[in-house]
Design a protein around this ligand. Structure first.
Ligand SMILES: Cc1cc2nc3c(=O)[nH]c(=O)nc-3n(C[C@H](O)[C@H](O)[C@H](O)COP(=O)(O)O)c2cc1C
Length: 190
């Protein structure tokens, strides 16, 4: 089983990076092949809404997303990790997500599988937010679940923690890292 992690925080060694690492360690402990892509410094243009994808289901922008599409297609499990910024996912994560418009076109316009085959895939969302407010993760969850639904990726749930702001704060949480490790194991077991 291949588990692909997408790290969406702009800072390295971040809270979501730490959680994602634990999820991947948990998955690896159950025999999964794991790979994490840090998207912040990659060349991922925002979608230009050129509509070229409506013809062939391919994105016309030739940047780092072309390799990432292949990685997503080869994965059985996709773990998206992004902190909350202005109540949504980070800008790099949103650019990554919007570039799946080409896969939306495959599914809804061209009527072909969005990820090339009909294999069962699962998706997990990992997030933290600095504030402690009701429904902190709801706007991001709508975006993430929409992506998974369009890509025919079964939603495996979310692992989210509020009130985590300073870099490294997640390490002070009593059991967040353990929860992340177990979530990684569960992704492979179920
Ligand atoms: C530009 C920016 C916007 C943010 N917006 C929010 C927000 O809307 N709600 C919130 O709870 N935290 C917000 N935060 C705080 C981050 O979610 C928090 O610091 C988090 O721990 C960062 O995670 P990371 O270490 O994985 O990058 C924001 C931080 C930044 C830099």
């Amino acid at each position: 089983m291949k588990v692909l992690g997408i790290a969406g925080s702009p800072r390295r060694g971040s809270n979501t990076d730490t959680l994602l690492d634990e999820v991947m360690k948990g998955a690896a402990s159950k025999g999964a092949e794991t790979k994490t892509i840090v998207i912040n410094k990659l060349d991922i243009s925002p979608c230009q809404h050129c509509d070229a994808c409506l013809e062939e289901g391919e994105c016309a922008i030739k940047d780092d997303m072309q390799d990432i599409y292949k990685e997503v297609e080869q994965a059985d499990v996709i773990v998206l990790a992004s902190p909350i910024q202005f109540m949504g996912v980070t800008a790099p994560m949103k650019a990554f997500i919007d570039r799946f418009q080409s896969r939306w076109a495959r599914k809804y316009v061209l009527k072909i599988p969005p990820l090339g085959d009909e294999r069962k895939r699962k998706g997990l969302f990992v997030s933290v937010g600095g504030r402690k407010i009701k429904d902190l993760f709801e706007p991001a969850l709508v975006t993430i679940k929409t992506l998974f639904r369009i890509l025919n990726i079964d939603y495996a749930g979310e692992l989210v923690f509020q009130g985590i702001d300073e870099k490294g704060a997640i390490r002070q949480h009593p059991d967040a890292l353990k929860q992340a490790f177990l979530a990684g194991q569960k992704l492979v077991d179920e």
